[in-house]
Design a protein around this ligand. Structure first.
Ligand code: NAD
Ligand code: DAU
Length: 359
């Protein structure tokens, strides 16, 4: 039975990926989830699978070399899927150092421990061992408002925020391990994800939560920045396909061909909420465009992201399956059905974060 070491599996994409993998492979795989449980890590995301015999949670920090070495020593790991990171751009602007520590040093520790566990005496690697580094389209910087401009795997690396600079640095470390040691790895660079379990510091869950409470909907700058939105389960599928069918040492861009301005996203959310809420629901009365509030722009705000997913489509046959209209309904439905989850994650420290961020 193949053993997966998933880092950051208690976060948004990691927990969706773990659900995807158990749905697909059931008892044919074993998953070890290593997560230190920062504010973004939440074991509630994995409640339904926590008692499986083929699932283990280990609370550990990826920058803790001894802890990670021990996990590799005690388990015959076949696949590493490395999600663990500090992921929010606004937080990186306020406090860059923690991003360098987790995203750069943490990735170095993961690479080094995997290499030590998998390397043979002659410098080659044990067969069928693979490391997948989950990265972002933000490493390519920003595109102009030209509908024909896209990020390709060959686009220059040009990060702007401390977050994207730390992710670009981690990508370069993975590349260095592949180039120097022929370390068996892949890198994926994905666009903006949305879906269940996303922490409400990110645009889509924040807007859903605020609109339901009749709170202002903060829009940075002119609201015309463009992001390329992908339903999280489509990303999970892409990661699995790259590990199973991808060519080792290659980078794959993953994106939804679903570019939208932030203001369009907010309007779609408001319309969909009104469509889905029954007429007698009192929240319906306060959900309207008057809640939209233009606020100070994010520093260094990247204007436009747009992924060209041509390579992953041509080489692996991956394509986004969930259209935005359907994905946003699934997401809103999930938030309707999981009000307790939202209450729990927005109590305590979130209030302080929100007050400081949007003061
Ligand atoms: P998230 O913030 O929701 O989750 C991150 C997880 O990593 C949390 O569970 C957290 O506890 C854990 N973590 C943080 N520091 C750790 C440490 N030092 N040791 C162990 N665990 C630690 O992030 P996400 O949105 O799920 O993103 C996951 C990955 O995907 C990140 O690498 C991110 O750069 C990348 N990515 C995200 C998106 C997106 O739209 N969210 C798009 C492309 C790529
Ligand atoms: O592109 C992939 C990246 O997408 C990932 O690598 C990051 O981990 C993930 O956080 C995300 O980064 P963004 O900065 O694009 O996502 P965020 O949800 O923070 O913002 C989306 C857009 O909405 C962006 O242009 C900023 C804007 N925004 C965001 C918030 C939180 C607002 O206008 N108002 C807000 O309150």
């Amino acid at each position: 039975m193949r053993t997966y070491l998933v880092t950051g599996g208690a976060g948004f994409i990691g927990s969706n990926y773990i659900h995807y993998m158990f749905n697909k492979y059931n008892n044919d795989i074993r998953i070890i989830n290593v997560d230190v449980l920062t504010y973004a890590g939440n074991l509630e995301n994995l409640k339904d699978i926590e008692n499986r015999d083929n699932y283990t949670f280990i609370k550990a920090d990826i920058t803790d070399k001894d802890a990670i070495e021990k996990i590799f020593a005690e388990n015959d790991i076949d696949r590493v899927v490395h999600f663990a990171a500090e992921s929010h751009v606004d937080r990186s602007i306020k406090n860059p150092e923690v991003f360098v520590n987790t995203n750069v040093l943490g990735t170095a520790v993961m690479l080094n421990c995997a290499k030590a566990a998998w390397e043979l005496e002659d410098g080659t690697f044990k067969p069928d061992k693979k490391f997948l580094h989950v990265s972002t389209d933000e490493v390519y910087g920003s595109l102009p408002d030209d509908p024909n401009a896209y990020f390709y795997e060959t686009s220059p690396i040009d990060p702007h925020s401390p977050y994207s600079a730390s992710k670009a640095s981690s990508d370069m470390l993975v590349k260095a391990y592949m180039d120097t040691y022929k370390f068996p790895a892949n890198i994926t660079n994905c666009s903006n994800n949305y879906g269940p379990y996303q922490f409400p510091e990110k645009l889509i869950p924040l807007i859903i939560n605020n609109a339901l409470q009749g709170k202002k909907l903060p829009v940075y700058g002119d609201g015309k920045n463009v992001r390329d939105w992908l339903y999280v389960m489509d990303h999970a599928k892409a990661i699995d396909m790259v590990q199973e069918k991808g060519k080792l040492f290659e980078r794959y861009n993953v994106g939804g061909h679903n570019e939208k301005q932030n203001i369009e996203i907010i309007e779609i959310i408001l319309d969909t909420l009104c469509e889905m809420l029954p007429d007698e629901d009192p929240r319906k009365a306060h959900i309207n465009k008057e809640l939209i509030t233009y606020v100070t722009d994010r520093k260094g705000h990247d204007r436009r992201y747009a992924i060209a997913p041509d390579k992953i489509k041509a080489d692996l046959g991956w394509e986004p399956e969930t259209m935005f209209k359907e994905g946003i309904k699934l997401t809103i439905k999930w938030f309707f059905e999981n009000e307790e989850w939202m209450k729990n994650v927005t109590s305590g420290d979130y209030q302080k974060y929100y007050a400081e961020m949007y003061k």
